[in-house]
Every structure is written in C-alpha cells, then in structure tokens.
Design a protein around this ligand. Structure first.
Ligand code: GLU
Length: 307
C-alpha cells in the first residue's frame, strides 16, 4: 500500500473541513493556536514514518496524556486500580460531575477527567509526591517516543490552573467520598502539567507503537506493558477514548483511539501501525473535527480497522 499517497489524498480532501469547529478556548493559552492546521503521521513496526501537513508543529496533547498516565498506573496497581476507577463508558461529557455523585465518587473510567485525576493521585502516592510522579510520566513519555527533549508547557498548565473550577470540583467531590489521597490542589495541578505535554504527530505516533504491538515497543524491544495490560488499555481507548462520542467514533473509524482538546488524536491498528493526527478545531464533544474525519477516511481507504 502506498501510505504516503493515501495520506496526501486525505490531506487534500480534508481542506474544506479545517475551518469547521472551534479551538478549545476554556484554557486561554490554547485559544491562540491557529485553528486551520492539520497534521497526520503513521509509524510502522520498523519505525518507518509517513507524514503530511504540519507534522513538526508541537501541540498540547491534553487528554492523550491520560493514556500514558493510565499505562503507568495499571503497571503498578494492576487490577486493584479498578476499585478506584471503573472501566465502563460514561456516556457523559469529559468533565461531567453528575455520575460521580450517585456513583459514590468512583469515576466511570480513567479517560474522563475525574478518572484521570484519580490516576494522577494514585501515581503521586506511589512515586512519593508530585515532582517524582510528574518526572516518571515525563520519562515514560520520552522513552516511548524515543525523544528525550519532550517537555510540558508550564504556561498552558498555569493557564488551566487559573480556570480550574470544574476540575477542582470533580476532585473535591471525589475527596469527599474518600477517593483521593493527596491534596486536591496538588493533584489537579499535576494533572494539568501532564495534560500540557507538547509533542508533534511524529513523536506521538512513534510513542504509541507499544500499544499497537501488545505492550512491547518493536524497535527498542522494551516491554512497557504485558500483553493483557495492553489489551485493556486498547479496549478502554475503543470504548471510552472519545467521551460521549466514543460509540460514534468506533462506528465511523473502528480503531482504539484517544483524543485531546488540543486537537490531537492517537489511534492504533493492532500489529500494524500507530497513527497520530492533529487539527485544533473541535466538534461539540471536544474531539478534533478534521482529525476524526481524517481517521475515518484512512480506515475506509486502507481497510485497516479492527472490524
Ligand atoms: N486538561 C483538559 C481538562 O481537564 C483535558 C481535557 C481533554 O483533553 O479532553 O479539561
């Protein structure tokens, strides 16, 4: 298959869609991003990459970081983690409070904000504080992407902390149910820092190879997750990776994937490749509008979906 040609076709076809949707502006530091950008990269087992568009442009990975933090946490806590965070789709927006109240402060899954905040708390407890925990997440991200220069953008993290009422509410509610061990402010701050990691589609696509290949990076041969753990992370991406549009995403694209409000989406084609796409304008569910369409076009043109 001529992947470069397919990506170029998609880039051309997607142009009329780039002006549709809205850049996330509830985090002021993200509001200034040029919304009409598009990038897509695929990475094969041997590391060969094909890219189109602004693939060197760094962007805020936001909720894609939930996959990284959860990968670390599942490796540490195994199934005991599910006592604090579930594995069911929420059918609710990413920052919804409603289910948390009547489900006793146990978030539905680790890919909604409440779940990711619990995961951030668990990592802080395990690694002995916010600095050590953030360092572990950063090092993990650098290792899986084979790029030691990856950083987080402290301005984006600070900007989000200044507008954090909703996430602080989620964290306080969980704390009231005894599902948060550390200080609410410190956990939410650390969660924002992990969300503020900046990467481009080349880095992100490379980073996800471990999930495309059963937990083991096929280039470095490092095992980041066991095969059953990788199965679980991929299953959660398929069922919960796009919030209340997860069913729609699976219906149209048919791949395990995770989005972020920075406009990035990562997806894996098991045993074949990992994909990263980025376009900052979001649809009403908070997922990249053009990015979602590009992935749909990719699986339709190549036949590479899990179904
Ligand atoms: N930092 C964002 C928040 O907590 C992440 C949301 C997302 O990317 O979906 O609101």
């Amino acid at each position: 298959m001529n992947y470069q040609l397919i990506l170029e076709e998609i880039e051309k076809e997607i142009q009329p869609e780039l002006s549709k949707g809205k850049v996330a502006d509830y985090i002021p530091a993200l509001a200034s991003v040029d919304g009409n950008q598009f990038a897509m990269t695929i990475t094969l087992k041997d590391g060969t990459q094909y890219s189109v568009g602004n693939y060197l442009e760094q962007f805020s990975i936001q909720s894609i970081s939930k996959v990284l933090a959860f990968s670390l946490a599942i490796d540490i806590y195994s199934k005991t983690l599910y006592k604090r965070v579930g594995v069911e789709p929420s059918g609710s927006p990413f920052n919804s409070l409603v289910q948390l109240e009547y489900e006793n402060g146990i978030p539905r899954n680790p890919f909604i904000n409440a779940g990711a905040i619990v995961v951030a708390d668990a990592l802080m407890s395990h690694f002995g504080g916010e600095y050590a925990s953030l360092e572990k997440i950063m090092n993990f991200t650098r290792e899986i992407s084979a790029n030691k220069d990856i950083k987080f953008d402290s301005l984006v993290a600070k900007s989000e902390m200044e507008h954090a009422s909703r996430n602080l509410s989620l964290a306080y509610l969980m704390k009231s149910f005894g599902n948060l061990d550390n200080s609410v402010e410190l956990v939410v701050k650390n969660y924002f820092k992990q969300c503020a990691i900046t990467m481009n589609t080349q880095d992100l696509s490379r980073a996800m190879l471990y999930l495309a290949f059963k937990g083991k990076d096929p280039i470095s041969n490092k095992e980041f997750l066991s095969e059953p753990q990788a199965k679980r992370v991929n299953a959660l991406m398929l069922t919960c990776g796009h919030y209340d549009a997860s069913g729609e995403f699976a219906f149209h694209v048919g791949l395990p994937a995770k989005s972020g409000v920075g406009g990035g989406i990562i997806a894996v084609v098991p045993n074949i490749m990992s994909i990263a796409v980025w376009s900052p304008r979001l649809n009403k569910y908070g997922n990249s509008h053009a990015g979602t369409l590009a992935l749909e076009k990719f699986t339709t043109k190549t036949g590479l979906s899990i179904f």
